[in-house]
Each structure stands twice: as C-alpha cells, then as structure tokens.
Design a protein around this ligand. Structure first.
Ligand code: OXD
Length: 299
C-alpha cells in the first residue's frame, strides 16, 4: 500500500524525505504519479488538490491536511464519505503563527508605521507612549493557534479576550462565546486577531456591521482565511477611518490579484499566506502516526 502526496513539487520531495525518515517502510508516491489506484491507502494533500480525484482510490483510509486548516478538503464535493480527515497540530506551526501575531500586534501597538513615516521624512518627534495594559486584544478562535497567541500576549502584559464557539476556560483570558459574546468582545477589541477555522458558520463573519462594532481606531489581524472577512467591507472601514490598520496574511482569492487595492493601501501590511508554513520534518511524525492509526482502525 502507498501514501500519495499532493502539493507543489518542491514541497512534495521534502515531505517524502521527512515521512521516510520516520518510517522507511512507507511507499510514498508523488501526485500525479499515483500508480495503481487500489494501492493508495492515505492521501496527504494541500489546497490545490481536487477532492473528486480522491474518489478514484477504493482502499483509501485516511486524508491528511498539510496544514492546520482543513477547509480546502471540505470544498465540494468534499472528502469521500466515511474517510477520516486529519489536520496538523504541530508546535512549529503554532510557534510560526504566534510569531506573526506578536509581530503585527507590536507593529501596531508600537506605532511602527508612524515612526517609519517620520524616519523617511527625518522627523524627530516622540509619539505618546503606548500603554500595554490598556490595549485590549480580542482573539477569534481559542484552539491550538489562538490559545498559544493568547498566552504569549498575556505574558507581554496585554489584556486578552477570546471568543470561541463553545465556552472555553483559559487562565487569564476573558472568554466569550455565542453570537452575543462575539458582539460584546468586538466592542472592546482594540486589536482583533482572527485565527478561526473557516466553516459555513464563520464565512463572512467580519462584515461591515461587525467591523463597525470595533472601537474606532482598532486594528485587525487576519491569518486565518480570507473568507472570514468581507474584503470590500474591510476596505471601506479602513478608508472611512474607522479602522486604523490591518495586517493580512490570507485573502480570497489567493494569490491576491495584482490590481487589488490591499497591495498599495497605506493602512494594510500583507504577507502572502506565509504567517506560518508547515515544516515537513516537524509534522512528519504525527502524519506517520495517523497512518498507523488508520491501518489499525484506531481513531
Ligand atoms: C494552514 C495554513 O492551514 O497554512 O496551516 O493556512
């Protein structure tokens, strides 16, 4: 039986080497060279893979996402019925995301754009000192990624709030849940960080009305999925001066078209879906464990 990898070809080679390092007995094939479809027992894939194609493998028993998100696997027609889907929960992936969140929280909190503009104009001028204890941070999503970012922001001295689908108790984090909880948290978030999974319930969550609930002068960080934000509504909120800035790593569509206004917007800093990138050697042990679990019929 064989494992099928499907992503960009350079990345597939790194994944193959990493999986073989953990379990040299695996047979790894690189899409589209799948060989006999009956021999594929697991597919490890990333966003470009066509889910319909996975129905060609009659003995498939596991699908693995190469990232923390699985929304790409849920796009119609979705995974073949009854086949378990695993995502990555990886310390390096979490660390990368937390670094991106801290970078951008501190960028806004410490008035980096203003100081860079002053530097360009050779202006020696001290801006009012930022008050960490007064800068309230709201995190949408308190899972692996949101929970870690929350802990590190707390350690820096920020007041941290978190919103999750179900009530969650994280020491030091003021928790909110449900629709009413969302509105209450937005109204108090000077910096809002979106780290939610993209589901039918969270698509378009940050629309004009909800962005309007943020305090005037708030900042938005989105490293979850472009679909969480109604992009024209975000542009309008930035242009109207309601929001002071946005750090964006994810867009809809991706790549962001070259003529999109986000590219040159003075209040937007953007990265090309690179906030946290999976390192195959770090993730391989859990993927191999999941393959063994699937073979043994374990969860
Ligand atoms: C992920 C991502 O889901 O990189 O891990 O977007």
């Amino acid at each position: 039986m064989a494992i099928l990898l499907s992503t960009k070809s350079a990345t597939m080679a790194a994944w193959r080497d990493a999986l073989l390092e953990v379990d040299p007995s695996l047979e790894v094939r690189l899409f589209p060279e799948a060989g006999d479809p009956a021999e594929i027992e697991a597919a490890v894939c990333w966003t470009a893979h066509d889910m319909a194609e996975l129905r060609r493998y009659p003995n498939l028993r596991l699908i693995v996402s190469m990232g923390a998100g699985v929304d790409h696997l849920m796009r119609p027609p979705g995974p073949p019925p009854g086949i378990p889907v695993a995502r990555l929960v990886d310390t390096r992936l979490t660390q990368g995301m937390t670094e991106w969140v801290l970078l951008n929280v501190l960028r806004f909190h410490r008035q980096d754009a203003e100081y860079r503009a002053q530097q360009a104009a050779r202006i020696w001028h001290e801006l009012p000192a930022p008050d960490t204890a007064a800068r309230r941070i709201g995190i949408l999503g308190l899972g692996e990624l949101g929970g870690d970012a929350a802990r590190r922001l707390l350690a820096l001295g920020f007041p941290v709030m978190g919103w999750s689908r179900r009530p969650k108790d994280l020491p030091g984090v003021e928790g909110f849940h449900g629709a009413a909880g969302l509105e209450a948290m937005l109204a108090r978030s000077d910096i809002l960080v979106c780290l939610l999974p993209l589901t039918p319930d969270t698509r378009g969550l940050l629309d004009a009305r909800r962005l309007g609930l943020l305090p005037r002068g708030a900042f938005l960080l989105n490293a979850a999925r472009g679909g969480h934000v109604v992009q024209p509504d975000l542009l309008a909120a930035l242009d109207a001066g309601h929001l002071a800035g946005a750090a964006l790593d994810v867009f809809e569509p991706e790549p962001l078209p070259a003529d999109h206004p986000f590219w040159a917007h003075p209040k937007v800093v953007l990265t090309p879906h690179a906030a946290s990138i999976t390192i195959p050697r770090s993730a391989a042990p859990q993927v191999v464990e999941n393959i063994h679990r699937a073979r043994e019929g374990r969860p």
